[in-house]
Design a protein around this ligand. Structure first.
Ligand SMILES: Cc1cc2nc3c(=O)[nH]c(=O)nc-3n(C[C@H](O)[C@H](O)[C@H](O)COP(=O)(O)O)c2cc1C
Length: 459
């Protein structure tokens, strides 16, 4: 069979993820594997339509496609995202139609599911026959049990393609609206006081809804606020995944472009950051993705702690729960407060004026209070993954994270809670005594709520 591999790592042949494909190639040598480093070669593919055309020709002749990529900020890297944009922009989707597909990633399992959901959605949009995803931890391949599991996955995939099994679409098509926002007169009533508000925008559509939304948001402030277009920042390229930043947050691009100074001087010093963008396929633009990926020079430390974040989005966000989860995860990982998301989906200009005005007022109010919503499963679970990784295998490379985690009490392993450990030990012994166990079972409900009742009683 002919298998096309779309390799999504900026590292090309040195990609960790690609080693899984190489292993598959050796395990199942009766097939042809055509590997294209589409993320690494994105510049060339952008410039040269022939390069893209050649890849499409190979896909058209293939029996199946492997989307092979590392996780970058809950998704694929910006270069791979750009490749996906090019497929739609240059109308190359036909080559993918009815081809079988799987997604294969490596990561530390931090929001790997959102990246696979994204690729699955793209496969559905391209009318491919998606057969599932495989999310490996970076070093699974060196473990014999995990190798065996991967071989089973790859074998089942090849078997399914050979058998021409049926497959069903999971993600409905994303439907955009033609609604044109006409902002009404807006009274400038809000003063930001000592709070620095920064609006970051990437806008493709000229005179589109997003620009008007930003203007209407801006109009609420008596003294105006700063708006910066991502296009105006000197960004030479996407994150290269080299991890040189891990030791002391010095990026390979340092001194070579303007991103790092911009992030340090503008983003880190703002109290309130509003991210404004348009939906492009099932995410924002690849330029937005580049912005997020490049912020990786801060590695696994939150740099927006206690800030207010908001999103202004033009496009069908309500149809993209996966993207909603990514936005929420971003704010939670940053230990920031997601003050609100306003979109133009309501198709009602007056209501949109109101929502933007409300967000402008609320975001200043919340910043003055210093309110930050508690993290839910996304933030709490995600942080535990980073804690364990930085404590363990990743520490040598990510030494600056280790320093930060030590200083900020991020190593909150339960093993350190000696009081609870002593109590557990004693109580577990006691519950071996039948008479105590009987009494204990009756006590559980009351004892669980006791500390809370005492706080309420003392109010
Ligand atoms: C900019 C950047 C962002 C990353 N984001 C994530 C992430 O969101 N979730 C995760 O589990 N791993 C993340 N990682 C880790 C990579 O996915 C992981 O190291 C992967 O194995 C690299 O594969 P590659 O060598 O094929 O590029 C990130 C790495 C980089 C450099």
């Amino acid at each position: 069979m002919q298998i096309t591999v779309l390799s999504g790592s900026p590292k090309g042949d040195d990609s960790v993820t690609l080693q899984y494909v190489r292993y598959m190639e050796k395990t199942f040598p009766d097939h042809d594997y055509n590997i294209f480093h589409v993320a690494r070669q994105i510049r060339k593919l952008e410039r040269d339509d022939k390069g893209l055309h050649d890849i499409m020709d190979k896909i058209a002749l293939s029996d199946a496609v492997i989307w092979c990529f590392p996780l970058y900020y809950c998704l694929v890297c910006s270069q791979y995202k750009r490749f996906i944009e090019l497929i739609f922009k240059r109308q190359k989707g036909e080559a993918f139609r009815n081809k079988y597909a799987v997604s294969l990633s490596t990561s530390v399992h931090f929001f790997d599911h959102t990246a696979h959901n994204y690729i699955h959605g793209i496969c559905d949009d391209l009318e491919m026959r998606y057969l599932g995803g495989y999310s490996a931890e970076m070093y699974d391949l060196v473990r014999s049990r995990e190798r065996a599991r991967f071989v089973q996955f790859a074998g089942n995939f090849l078997k399914s393609v050979k058998k021409q099994v049926p497959s069903a679409r999971q993600f409905p098509p994303v439907v955009s609206s033609e609604f044109v926002y006409e902002p009404g007169p807006i009274l400038q009533t809000i003063t930001a006081g000592d709070k620095k508000v920064l609006v970051l925008v990437d806008e493709e559509k000229e005179n589109g809804n997003l620009g008007k939304m930003i203007k209407a948001f801006w109009d609420n402030f008596i003294h105006g606020i700063e708006v910066i277009s991502l296009a105006s920042i000197d960004i030479k390229g996407g994150c290269l995944g080299c991890c040189q930043c891990g030791l002391d947050n010095v990026c390979q691009y340092q001194g070579k472009d303007g991103y790092i100074d911009f992030y340090n001087e503008k983003v880190k010093t703002a109290d309130i950051i509003v991210f404004a963008g348009e939906i492009r396929d099932r995410y924002l633009s690849s330029r937005w993705k580049q912005y997020f990926d490049r912020s990786f020079f801060n590695t696994h430390t939150p740099t927006l702690k206690d800030k207010q974040l908001a999103f202004l989005i033009s496009g069908p966000l309500a149809q993209l729960p996966n993207l909603q989860e990514i936005l929420s995860a971003y704010a939670q990982f940053q230990l920031a407060n997601l003050a609100g998301i306003v979109t133009d989906e309501g198709e009602d200009s007056f209501r949109l004026d109101e929502l933007l005005g409300d967000l402008a007022g609320r975001i200043i109010d919340l910043a003055s209070q210093g309110y930050v919503q508690p993290n839910d499963f996304l933030g709490v679970g995600g942080m535990k993954i980073f804690r364990d990784e930085v404590w363990g295998k990743l520490r040598v490379v990510f030494q600056s994270d280790h320093r930060y985690y030590m200083q900020h009490g991020c190593y909150d392993f339960p093993q350190k809670d000696f009081k609870t450990r002593r109590m557990n030990f004693f109580m577990m012994l006691m519950t071996k005594i039948p008479a105590f166990k009987k009494k204990f079972l009756k006590m559980i409900e009351k004892e669980m709520v006791k500390p809370l009742k005492s706080v309420v009683a003392n109010k």
